[in-house]
Design a protein around this ligand. Structure first.
Ligand code: AMP
Ligand code: MG
Length: 482
């Protein structure tokens, strides 16, 4: 029985400057930890004919599929506002796999050894962060949010040295592509217009063929990418997701959430929530995510200027006008998303105040974001005195009045809310708990968590322990130490 690989490696055929041809560095003793059978099926891949050893050899990069063609991609990026030349320093793209429906997916090994772009890094990754990416990216997928996905994690049998020695691992990441705003920044910095045009046409051909015949392809690409990013950030805001490191190299042009480093889900509602230990200024705080998305899109627009118009002033004017429409587009979509969370049909002027007043109340009372919406859907997780608060009761009366203008049945309203308000999210303390166990070779807890997170909008047996917020008030911190 064959696995079903169907490679067509278009990115590797781009000019030399775009990448380095390099194979993953073999590892000592690969051992499969987790394989995503659902995703494999979606990709029309079948690993059931392989034994565990063969699967481990495959996903460690020790034995590559014959049609693959590994490269490390070059890119640049603004990291916390500072421009740097980067590139895949610890990842290789082994190729683009086509599913039976001819959908194209990048297959990338993360933690696969040094490349030309490794700078001072070791090119490796640790087990904890790779399993963490697996959990959160799969949770995001099930929440209905565009994201890269995780096909497998293998231990390498080697140590990686961070603050302490850790178990090494490799994650197989699946993405619509790994082209980032930073990819454009890298090519734009080389100041060769022909290369920039090649990249523009490549991205349009691969992701947005509908604008192939546009009069101004670069401005239309900018607008399309802007809409994708707005939709993405609104999805993040909907579920309380904080990416944590929205550098321009971590913004994918396909509109997928990419690079799960210090990301985490907010529990108590506070717009200024930051989990990442290195984000001291709160640049990537929950409420700043749309602001940063706009900032990153402005950097993208700068790269495109030479292609927008021969007349530079005119090009800048066009790009600026478009970028300045961000807030209006965002606010409209954000309001609609929040209307959905509250089960509101139609549009009323007062909706905005109703929404903002709820958020202000949640912030003041320090209540759990996810579970407040569960309460509104008559789905209480635990006893919470806050919901007996008079301010909340008054707010609820206003909300119920507004629901009467819905012109829709209560069932429809609840149905709408149930579609957008998750009953369960990957809570930080739960994620830590299962990672600790996995590190001790107990994989049962992680598998249970993954199972629950597969259906975040549906009530499941045993769901309660995954819904309860952490008891401790200790501030949760995430680390880039990957
Ligand atoms: P990230 O913070 O994951 O977005 O990574 C930023 C840059 O650092 C990218 O170019 C990565 O490839 C690179 N990088 C991160 N960790 C390592 C590592 N252990 N070895 C080499 N490069 C790395
Ligand atoms: Mg990155």
């Amino acid at each position: 029985m064959t696995i079903g690989w169907c490679f067509d490696n278009t990115y590797s055929r781009l000019p030399e400057a775009f990448k380095e041809n390099i194979n993953p560095v073999p590892v000592k003793k690969p051992e499969l930890i987790i394989l995503n059978k659902d995703l494999a099926q979606r990709l029309n891949l079948n690993f059931s004919g392989l034994n565990n050893k063969e699967i481990s050899e495959l996903f460690s990069g020790n034995s590559l599929p014959p049609e693959s063609n590994s490269i490390a991609q070059a890119y640049a990026g603004h990291q916390f506002g500072h421009f740097t030349m980067l590139g895949d320093g610890r990842a290789v793209l082994i190729g683009e796999h086509l599913s039976k429906k001819r959908d194209r997916y990048d297959i990338q090994f993360k933690g696969s050894g040094k490349t030309a772009f490794s700078r001072n890094g070791d090119g490796r990754a640790a087990l904890g962060p790779m399993l963490r990416e697996y959990i959160i990216s799969e949770a995001m997928y099930s929440l209905g949010i565009p994201t890269t996905r995780s096909l497998a994690v293998v231990k390498t049998g080697e140590e990686v040295v961070r603050e302490t020695p850790l178990k090494g691992a490799i994650l197989t990441r699946v993405a619509l592509s790994h082209i980032r705003v930073g990819t454009f920044q890298y090519i734009a910095a080389r100041q060769k217009k022909d290369e920039l045009e090649i990249l523009l046409n490549y991205v349009i051909e691969r992701h947005y063929p509908n604008i192939k015949k546009s009069k101004n392809k670069s401005i239309d690409l900018l607008e399309t990418v802007m809409e994708k990013q707005i939709d993405l950030v609104i999805n993040w805001m909907r579920v309380g997701f904080i990416h944590g490191v929205m550098n321009t190299d971590n913004m994918s042009l396909s509109g997928e959430t990419i690079d799960y480093g210090p990301c985490a889900f907010m529990d108590i509602y506070d717009p200024k929530t930051v989990f990442s230990s290195i984000d001291q200024m709160g640049r990537y705080a929950y409420c700043n995510q749309p602001v940063i998305a706009k900032w990153n899109l402005s950097r993208f627009a700068e790269c495109l200027v030479p292609l927008i118009d021969k007349d530079q002033d005119k090009a800048i004017k066009l790009a600026t006008e478009l970028i300045n429409s961000f807030e209006k587009r965002y606010e409209e979509k954000w309001l609609n998303m929040m209307r959905d969370k509250l089960g509101l049909f139609g549009i009323e002027q007062k909706d905005k105040f109703l929404i903002l007043d709820l958020l202000t109340w949640m912030h003041q009372k320090k209540v759990d974001y996810t579970n407040t919406f569960c309460h509104l859907m008559n789905f209480d997780i635990q006893k919470n005195e806050n919901f007996n608060d008079n301010d909340f009761k008054n707010w609820k009366k206003r909300w119920q009045e507004r629901l009467k203008t819905n012109n829709n049945t209560t069932e429809k309203c609840i149905e709408l809310m149930r579609r957008v308000n998750p009953l369960v999210i990957p809570r930080n303390h739960k994620v830590e708990e299962v990672l600790n166990e996995a590190n001790k070779d107990n994989l049962e807890p992680i598998n249970q968590l993954l199972q629950i997170l597969k259906n975040p909008y549906i009530y499941q047996k045993n769901i309660n322990e995954y819904q309860v917020p952490p008891v401790s008030n200790k501030k949760y911190q995430t680390f880039c130490g990957t």
